[in-house]
Design a protein around this ligand. Structure first.
Ligand code: ATP
Ligand code: MG
Length: 201
């Protein structure tokens, strides 16, 4: 095929593609507070949520973040975002289940944390709420499934909620508007590299 012909075919294909994209943009004109679930074994779930926090704050929106499970308060994201006047940040965990090794303590901590989350999920002044690592509290059955699913489904209409963590239960994925599963292809940790500042914490 000559270069001229290639250019001509390319133009025709792109015209068709533009018509399809314009039509789908015109169709997708609804507005709604979304429930997003970022799950899977690969790296990038929490950092995806924090990317949305940055976007929302950039638009002057009010953001609430609840970090379950983890107890460390020396992460870069907390240092950066918790100083922001429109961002409320709560670290609500006692550490990983294999560190606490105490199921009843984990349950009590989870329930207290869920109350903090519920305060945000019932307050429409929060435009975006991040529930980081919430999935574990459901997969370990530390929180009652129906209580959590009801809390999420009754959130304010225009509020966006992002839930992160591995092994999201099926009902949570069903309830969500957007679900991404991040696949682990390889991770530096498996090659003996410890968590790196700015990348992992
Ligand atoms: P991040 O906070 O970096 O976005 P994440 O939220 O997807 O990671 P978590 O399961 O919350 O993943 O794990 C947090 C920590 O574990 C991070 O330091 C992350 O780099 C590391 N991690 C995530 N996925 C893997 C993996 N597949 N193998 C080893 N370590 C991982
Ligand atoms: Mg995470």
């Amino acid at each position: 095929m000559t270069e001229d012909k290639k250019d001509q075919y390319h133009k025709i294909r792109m015209e068709r593609k533009k018509a399809q994209i314009d039509a789908s943009i015109a169709r997708a004109d609804g507005e709604k507070g979304l429930l997003l679930v970022i799950t899977g074994n690969g790296k990038g779930k929490s950092t995806s949520a924090f990317g949305m926090v940055a976007r929302a704050l950039g638009h002057g929106m009010k953001v609430g973040v609840c970090q379950f499970i983890k107890s460390r308060t020396d992460t870069g994201e907390e240092a950066f975002f918790s100083d922001h006047p429109n961002c409320e940040w709560h670290v609500l965990g006692d550490g990983f289940t294999w560190d606490t090794q105490d199921r009843s303590q984990d349950i009590a901590t989870s329930e207290k944390g869920w109350q903090v989350a519920m305060n945000m999920l019932t307050d429409e002044s929060y435009d975006l709420v991040v529930l980081d690592e919430l999935t574990y509290l459901l997969s370990y059955e530390y929180l009652d499934k129906d209580t959590v699913l009801n809390g999420l489904s009754e959130k304010p209409e225009m509020q966006h909620v992002v839930v992160t963590g591995r092994s999201a239960i099926a009902e949570l994925k069903e309830l969500a508007d957007t679900v991404s599963e991040i696949k682990d292809v390889k991770h530096a940790y498996k090659a003996g590299i410890k968590a790196q500042k700015g990348i992992d914490l």
